[in-house]
Design a protein around this ligand. Structure first.
Ligand SMILES: OC[C@@H]1[C@@H](O)[C@H](O)[C@@H](O)c2nc(CNc3ccccc3)cn21
Length: 445
């Protein structure tokens, strides 16, 4: 019997994203995405890897759903590729794209697995990027039109929707530091993009409400717990700025209907008209969410750095790290969950991603991954403590079901519960997958 039992209807899940697992990038009418263009640009992706084939999930989804069924997953979070549905980003639809996701959803439901669909996990149609991408506020409207098509096609069976995956990463990694598609390095652009993403989210929520389908809709934010590296007052002030830029800039619009004043002032001239137009904030405030998805991987430790652009710099924590160099800090998940509950009105919460990359050597047909088991166990216990503190945490999606294309790192980082032998596409259960199967079966650790 587990020592720490979770609520009886707790949703134990796993998560993936279209570009990271599907492959078949030129099949059945799919249009080009900014990640197709970026991954095929020399020097952008470690090893020159691309998502052209990935885990070949587009052809192997039946096998993968069978793996989810064997694992006992209650929920499966996946993303829908906008370029499969609307190849040019706006206008003509691609029926074969809708057919794929209808078949996936039907197979999930037939296997007792609840689908949780993300509408945007970074795959902007390239033709929209050619028209300015997220710097063009019209893209927010095109996103809502795409979302409405998907709601109408799947909304009778998909009852849990996530509009955007991590707008902060889209803005920062894609537009401020150039590590992700479309690869810009312009901070003012990144701030404009963050606003247009918030508008896109609000428009999609409004489109969903209009259809009265009776499900729930939220968003997924990449959140962390920010701590000052020292006791000096300036380190505390640095932590507040970092928390504002990393967390509150995205939390406040979707949960409070307004931008945080301190960060609005900090971004100042970068957001002058015509970026925030009359009616924008009202539109954002008029689109409350039913639940908040949060992706938690590690904490953020900062100290005052007057010469840095925003007066702070990150400091490496003392704890052990994953293969991504991210410090393992489960208490940061507890602190984050309790903070969200306290500061944002006791919202319904889902951990929509938590997981870790480790080296995961395949030896004699087996992958022993005790570090991943320890990582997940410690984070599950942190989540359990938060639930005991009254936090409305309803589910937990491990990142990821399968090893997959890890963006700028290509296939060099393995986050999966299930190992993918890419040359053969064989799926091999890691020890952590068997362990997780037991956690789900006993509903606790
Ligand atoms: O890096 C692991 C996953 C990634 O595979 C998912 O697609 C994405 O949703 C995701 N978000 C984070 C959070 N942090 C992050 C930091 C730097 C770059 C990208 C994401 C981790 N992950």
């Amino acid at each position: 019997m587990p020592k720490h039992v979770f609520p009886v209807d707790f949703v134990w899940g796993a998560a993936t994203a279209a570009y990271q697992i599907e492959g078949a990038v030129r099949e059945d009418g799919r249009g080009e995405s900014i990640w197709d263009r970026f991954s095929h640009t020399p020097g952008k992706i470690q090893g020159g890897d691309t998502g052209d084939v990935a885990c070949d999930h587009y052809h192997r989804y039946r096998e993968d759903v069978a793996l989810m069924r064997e694992m006992g997953l209650k929920g499966y979070r996946f993303s829908i590729a906008w370029p499969r549905i609307v190849p040019a980003g706006k206008g003509a639809l691609n029926p074969k794209g809708l057919d794929f996701y209808n078949a996936l959803v039907d197979r999930l439901l037939a296997n007792g697995i609840t689908p949780y669909a993300t509408l945007y996990h970074w795959e902007l149609p390239q033709l929209l990027q050619d028209r300015g991408g997220w710097d063009n506020r019209d893209t927010a409207a095109y996103f809502a039109e795409y979302a409405a098509v998907v709601f109408e096609s799947l909304g009778d069976r998909v009852r849990h929707w996530i509009t955007l995956n991590e707008p902060s990463v889209v803005a920062y990694n894609g537009h401020a530091i150039g590590e992700h598609a479309p690869g810009f390095t312009d901070y003012a652009l990144a701030v404009r993009v963050s606003h247009h993403l918030n508008l896109a989210h609000a428009r999609a929520v409004a489109a969903y409400r209009q259809l009265n389908q009776g499900g729930v809709i939220g968003t997924t934010l990449n959140l962390t717990s920010v701590y000052p590296a020292g006791n000096a007052p300036e380190d505390g002030a640095a932590a507040r700025i970092a928390d504002g830029m990393y967390n509150r800039w995205f939390l406040d619009p979707v949960l409070k209907g307004a931008y945080p004043r301190d960060i609005l002032e900090l971004f100042g001239q970068k957001l002058q008209a015509p970026v925030i137009q009359a009616g924008d904030l009202e539109r954002i405030a008029a689109a409350p969410i039913d639940f908040l998805g949060l992706n938690y991987y590690s904490r953020l430790l900062v100290r005052s750095a007057p010469s840095s652009p925003f007066g702070y710099e990150a400091v490496r924590g003392a704890g052990p790290c994953t293969a991504m160099g991210w410090e393992i800090y489960p208490d940061g998940l507890y602190d984050l969950l309790v903070r969200l509950d306290r500061d944002y009105g006791h919202p319904r919460l889902l951990v929509t991603e938590n997981g870790a990359a480790f080296d995961d050597p395949l030896q004699a047909g087996r992958v022993a991954d005790p570090e991943r088991i320890a990582y997940l166990r410690e984070h599950f216990l942190a989540a359990r403590r938060a639930i005991e503190s009254g936090v409305r945490l309803e589910g937990y999606f491990v990142w990821s079901l399968l090893d997959n294309f890890e963006w700028a790192h290509g296939y060099s980082r393995r986050f999966g519960l299930i190992y993918v032998d890419y040359p053969t596409q064989e799926r091999i259960w890691k020890d952590s997958a068997r362990w997780y199967q037991g956690v789900i079966r006993q509903n606790g650790v």
